[in-house]
Design a binder for this molecule. Sequence first.
Ligand code: ATP
Ligand code: MG
Length: 343
Amino acid sequence: MIGKPLLEIKDLSVTYWGRSLLGFGGKPFVAVKDANLSIRAGETLGLVGESGSGKSSIANTVLGLVPASSGSMRFGDHDLVAMKTRYPSEVRNQIQAVFQDPYSSLNPSMTVEEIVTEPLRVHTGMSKARRRERAVELLKLVSLSEEHLSRHPHQFSGGQRQRIAIASALALQPKLIVLDEPVSALDVSTQNQIINLLYERRDALGIAYLLIAHDLALVHHISDRIAVMYLGHIVEEGPSDRVYKNPAHPYTRALLEAVPLLDPERQRARRASRKLQPAQDMQRIADVGCPYKNRCPFVMPRCQTEMPPAYPVDGGGVANCFLLAPEVEQSAKHTREPERIAS
Ligand SMILES: Nc1ncnc2c1ncn2[C@@H]1O[C@H](COP(=O)(O)OP(=O)(O)OP(=O)(O)O)[C@@H](O)[C@H]1O
Ligand SMILES: [Mg+2]
């Protein structure tokens, strides 16, 4: 990797305390374990994984909404972990967020002008007239116009609301926007429009994104790199095209196969053989061995007791899987075809 990363996360763990979850009453619950990620200026990192894998926990920790329990997070020259959840405004301004639900994330009593200019009012000494001008510029950036300024959120569709949220996130010219499932609540054609909009804005403004999604296929075009999470662990990371076209971790392959199929016959067959059973794995089984060991079609004895380290993958990036260990013979890899592919 050339140059210094804008955001560098090392061995980050996030632990929640004192909530009763599936019988874990009062015990610590490790939502993220030893995650490593980095994003350079202007780069998009797609963070994917099924529900409960810990994506939002990472996002919220970067945003300073949830404290890290261990590890380090650097943003430029700032030590985010040391700041706990009290980021000074110079840092808060540079890291903005867009969340999934465009219905609850916008204050219904405010006008679009107030929503979009709120960050400017709070964090800059800009005059009201100048803020209004800036609001018009920002709305244009998201393909809305001046006439929308005086309207309220309920007068817009879901996709338009997400445009408003993006305009507000752009107001302070941040270096990083954390997008936590920004299109998951939208219909498919609106999802594509918003992804394209994000793509254009990123290239024009040089912003970096941490883009969270369930669907790898949806975000791989816009992402430079992709990280895949499973049960609190990042199990694979690498250049977007490589991860998408040549996934190295068995979980990444399962995730790609989980993309909806148009052929109902194939869809039925796949459902019958599906390996993804989130509820079963919601409990973080004793923290030994590979996190994917209970669902992996390639599981080996050592996966039960040893945590796979990050092995380099041909084409770039790393995957935490013993199948990539140099000592695992090439032939063994080929004979270990997962039974589900045949079914
Ligand atoms: N405040 C909290 N207290 C206790 N446990 C929590 C808290 N927030 C999240 N969790 C748990 O941590 C795990 C990871 O949650 P997180 O929201 O980070 O997952 P996610 O990958 O964003 O899932 P989704 O795709 O559903 O948004 C889950 O098992 C969740 O129940
Ligand atoms: Mg989430």
